[in-house]
Design a binder for this molecule. Structure first.
Ligand code: ATP
Ligand code: GLY
Length: 592
């Protein structure tokens, strides 16, 4: 299928329109028409069904602002690192450097090339500028992709339109932790718009400057711990492309994790949930795979990352979901930059924590100050450091979250003279500067940790394009071109069209009555009275409507209708009192 065909259909039927068309449009911006908006809403609700309503882990939905203060995105690393490399041709046309090199025939992973690596390839491949054909390019330079704005007129306060919805969730972590009664794991989901000032958006719906995301941030004390929910998905199979071999292999999620290819069950679990969702939404299983990022391709925050990719006839394999183990990167950044470390810290109680040998000393701050003057702080710190180092050996100390809680299992001893080393010199601390000394075995009762995060991040628009392309089927019927869009009933903008066979004998009224009954049951419906029934079926097939209910003479007698299945074109007679259930079972995931 050519993307032009898919986009033609989308435009003609009111799925997708170029934004600001009356003014010539703007690259990277699209509108959803009535069918597209209905499908997008249904699609987002299906996502909620999987990641919120039927997710066994505790989940909650939040909704955060799109304008985000500078400080937040500075802390998250986006101000400094959310960049793509740009090159400009001799006539000043900008191009995203990795895309230029890839289109010129570079057969490695261009996204993983360094700045210098890009320059080497541009010189070697001499790509022509897609706009003007020029072949001379500037050296590559990083360009930040965020759209900057001002918060409050004339305030000089810098803000950005968010490039991902995730940061709102991370900054909400302290409030979420309280909401979830202080217990891990839990997750927050967010659906909403994001902006990226993409350098050269030339791939239709795949690369937008404003797009919709559906993200989940799931917080764990330890992502490497076994996850009970994983058992429920371990037997599902998928195609994986690991970064070690870069070759596709089919295996179960269980094997993918036990072989160490996917780093832990928590990540494996969300890969599987992602697959489950995409298949329910109608993605072709043969055109879906999971590809692991190369080490040097990963975002600045990721420890391990897999992309769900779909195959497009026009564009090849395209990322549509990123599933990352972000570790504790984001929470530790916000803990440090907000100055509210304690709020971002989780106290992980240990039933029978590890023991360690150490000496814990409580100093008399007043006497220490009088004795050591300007050096007092350094002396106190050196005394404490000894204990921290010992605790750190059993994981009782985190550089951001600090010391957990410990119990001394021995007897305190009387204050005595101590020696500490400061800047390589031994310093003697007299006994009268010391209040107490505990030397012996300590037990770690709790660790202060920064929770780790697994994040599935879905791009709505890219996936909708994939669903259209995978569902698109063109042929001929009675000598005329005929298109059928085999959309999943769960996301089809219209699930049931109710068609009166003729506009006489009370049939339109009966059809309207049935349509209201179906709407009341939560089904998305449409009606159509214009043209012969074959033409009306064809119109619905093209819009992706999975079922047509036809009201005929018999309906007027006994209430029964025919239900036509879009994909088989078979018709079945269904009794009036069975109709709602019949359609719900086929169109609503919670009735399936
Ligand atoms: P790419 O390398 O293609 O620019 P990315 O790696 O930057 O994508 P992520 O940052 O992982 O993408 O974003 C998560 C998801 O958001 C992507 O899988 C994609 O579906 C969607 N997405 C990202 N950028 C865009 C865009 N410009 N237009 C539409 N969707 C996008
Ligand atoms: N939140 C993931 C991303 O934007 O890449």
């Amino acid at each position: 299928v050519a993307d032009a065909d898919v986009l033609d259909l989308a435009k003609r039927r009111g799925f997708l329109w170029p934004a600001f068309d009356a003014y010539g449009g703007a690259a990277g911006f699209y509108d959803y028409g009535p069918l597209g908006a209905a499908m997008k809403t249904a699609f987002e609700n299906l996502w909620r069904h999987i990641f919120l309503h039927t997710e066994p882990l505790p989940m909650g939905e939040v909704f955060c602002p799109r304008v985000t203060p500078y400080e937040v995105l500075k802390a998250s690393g986006h101000v400094d690192e959310f960049t793509d490399l740009v090159v400009k041709c001799q006539n000043g046309h900008p191009m995203r450097a990795d895309h230029l090199v890839k289109e010129a025939g570079y057969d490695g992973n261009a996204d993983a090339l360094s700045q210098a690596g890009i320059d080497v390839q541009v010189v070697a491949l001499k790509p022509a500028c897609p706009t003007c054909g020029a072949k001379k390019w500037t050296p590559a330079a990083p360009m930040n992709l965020m759209n900057q704005t001002e918060i409050g007129p004339g305030s000089g306060r810098v803000g950005y339109l968010r490039p991902e919805t995730a940061q709102g969730i991370f900054t909400d972590f302290p409030l979420l932790l309280r909401y979830f009664r202080g217990k891990l794991p839990f997750g927050a989901i967010q659906l909403g718009g994001s902006n990226r000032n993409e350098i050269s958006p030339r791939q239709g719906m795949l690369r937008l400057r404003e797009f919709s995301m559906m993200e989940a941030e799931v917080f764990f004390a330890d992502t490497n711990a076994p996850l009970a929910a994983f058992a429920g998905v371990a037997k599902r199979t998928a195609v994986f492309v690991p970064n070690t071999t870069e070759k596709a292999v089919e295996m179960s999620f269980g094997e993918a994790v036990s072989s160490g290819m996917v780093c832990n069950q928590a990540l494996g679990y969300f890969l599987a949930r992602t697959q489950q969702f995409l298949l329910l939404a109608g993605m072709d299983p043969k055109r879906l795979r999971f590809r692991q990022h190369l080490e040097n391709e990963m975002a600045h925050y990721a420890q391990d990352c897999w992309d769900a990719e779909f195959y497009s006839d026009r564009y090849g394999w395209i990322e549509c979901v990123g599933i990352a183990d972000r570790g504790c990167y984001d929470l530790s950044q916000h803990a440090k930059h907000s100055g509210r470390v304690g709020d971002f810290t989780y106290r992980l109680a240990l039933a029978d924590g590890p023991r360690f040998e150490a000496r814990r000393v409580e100093v008399d701050a007043g006497k220490l100050g009088r004795t050591f003057k300007a050096q007092a702080k350094a002396v106190a710190a050196a005394i404490q450091q000894e204990f921290i180092d010992a605790a750190a050996k059993v994981g009782g100390y985190d550089s951001v979250a600090g010391l957990g809680s410990v119990t001394f299992e021995g007897q305190a001893t009387a204050p005595a003279t101590l020696h500490v080393t400061i800047d390589g010199a031994s310093v003697q601390v007299p006994a009268d500067c010391i209040k107490s000394i505990e030397e012996g075995t300590f037990r770690l009762d709790a660790r202060n940790i920064l929770p780790s995060v697994i994040e599935p991040s879905f791009g709505v628009d890219r996936i909708l394009y994939a669903l259209w392309e995978h569902a698109y089927e063109a042929g001929e019927k009675n000598g005329e071109p005929y298109i059928r869009l085999r959309l999943s009933p769960y996301v089809a903008p219209v699930q049931v069209a109710v068609l009166a066979l003729t506009s006489k004998d009370g049939m339109p009224e009966k059809a309207a009555e049935i349509e209201w009954q179906l709407r009341a049951a939560g089904l998305r419906t449409d009606s159509d009275l214009s043209g012969n029934i074959g033409r009306r079926y064809a119109r619905q097939d093209e819009a992706g409507t999975p079922y047509c209910v036809t009201v005929d003479q018999d309906t007027m007698q006994d209430g029964s209708v025919t239900v036509r299945d879009r994909d088989t074109t078979q018709q079945e007679r269904v009794a009036s009192d069975a109709l709602v259930q019949y359609l719900r079972r086929r169109c609503q995931p919670d009735h399936a």
